[in-house]
Design a protein around this ligand. Structure first.
Ligand SMILES: Nc1ncnc2c1ncn2[C@@H]1O[C@H](COP(=O)(O)OP(=O)(O)OP(=O)(O)O)[C@@H](O)[C@H]1O
Ligand SMILES: [Mg+2]
Length: 337
């Protein structure tokens, strides 16, 4: 049976992951924002999407390339992003058995340009009856259950793959926001560079990410962890492996972490004094996959002297917040645009 009225959908089109929430149902899709493309002359033919495509990263046959169409929070490859979004949307629609097109609400980074907004609307026009946008930081705050509709200030920090969005929110309004074009990807790059420089070992993105998640941290408490890493020796050209410590990885990513901490400090300094008091009392909330970096909450707390809480499900906070807006459209009226 097909339903006559399509249920509204919320989408978090992230640099690293795309999630879709169906109104009244919950998360119906959660896939890496990755497409494997076969090049036929100038034509791009998608051969795999999402998790299947990600597993091909760094090991594709000739003529096939694994592409991430969203970079630093914005669409970098319109054609491929469009293919990916319409694939994911039609998958979600098949699941919800809706024949008609849904209304779709999409999370976008703050500071997005009109051209970028247009590109997002264009890329899903075929799958949606109506397209609305919501600020990602606002959605993350709602997903973290922060009291955004009340006359008190909340501070949200969403650390994604490509961007870190920091926002002070009060009475449904963004009082201050900054988007830093650095996040988990920059940490992976720092690890790749460190391994090349210090150990003359060439590693791929997937290995760097795994190292970050396994032994990476922002706090010396985790320095003692170790991991065996495989790659290609830059000196002999042959496969090689060695054991790396948590301390090394903490130091390798410390510059990126420092940039994020500095941006949060700046947000605190730019917050009007009456609102600072609220934030001091409530602390800040961390969302996005970067919030899962070990010891990051403690590091921020120690550096900035502020209480830090981590979202219950950091990777899903944005889509859950946008979904909550769909579920409670009266309460969150005027929050999307
Ligand atoms: N356990 C972990 N420790 C450290 N980092 C992690 C962990 N799990 C996921 N990440 C990182 O989180 C990032 C992905 O987070 P998320 O899905 O929130 O990003 P995104 O929303 O797709 O990106 P953006 O918001 O920048 O567009 C990746 O860089 C990933 O490596
Ligand atoms: Mg995100």
């Amino acid at each position: 049976m097909f339903r006559l009225v399509a249920r509204d959908l919320a989408i978090d089109l992230g640099t690293a992951n795309t999630l879709i929430y169906e109104k009244g149902v919950g998360i119906v899709l959660n896939e890496p924002s990755v497409v494997a493309i076969r090049y036929d002359g100038s034509r791009k033919i998608p051969v795999a999407f999402g998790a299947e495509a990600k597993s091909m990263l760094g090991r594709t046959p000739e003529g096939v390339k694994v592409v991430r169409p969203v970079r630093t929070g914005v669409i970098a490859d319109f054609e491929v992003a469009g293919m990916m979004l319409s694939h994911f949307l039609s998958k979600a629609r098949r699941k919800s058995k809706s024949f008609f097109k849904p209304r779709v609400i999409v999370g976008v980074p703050s500071g997005i340009t009109e051209v970028e907004k247009r590109a997002i609307r264009d890329s899903i026009e075929n799958e949606a009856r109506e397209v609305r946008l919501i600020d990602e930081a606002m959605a993350a705050a709602i997903g973290c259950n922060l009291p955004v509709t009340e006359a008190t200030a909340s501070l949200i920090v969403d650390i994604g793959g490509g961007t870190t969005d920091i926002a002070v929110i009060s009475l449904k309004d963004i009082v201050y926001s900054v988007s830093v074009r650095q996040g988990g990807d920059a940490m992976d790059e720092a690890i790749i560079n460190y391994m090349r420089r210090r150990h003359h070992l060439l590693i791929g993105e997937a290995t760097a990410e795994l190292m970050k998640m396994t032994i990476g941290s922002a706090h010396p408490d985790y320095d003692g962890q170790e991991m065996e890493v495989r790659g290609r020796s830059l000196t002999s050209g042959a496969p090689a492996s060695l054991v790396v410590s948590g301390k090394e990885i903490r130091e390798a990513i410390s510059e990126v972490v420092g940039t994020l901490v500095a941006a949060i400090r700046q947000a605190l300094e730019n917050t009007p004094p009456e609102l600072s008091g609220d934030i001091l009392a409530a602390g800040l909330a961390l969302a996005g996959g970067g919030a899962l970096l070990k010891g990051l909450d403690r590091h921020i707390s120690e550096e900035l002297n502020i209480q830090v809480t981590i979202a219950e499900d950091p990777l899903a906070a944005v889509v859950q917040g946008a979904g909550k807006c769909l579920d409670n459209s009266e309460l969150y009226r005027n929050i999307w645009f």
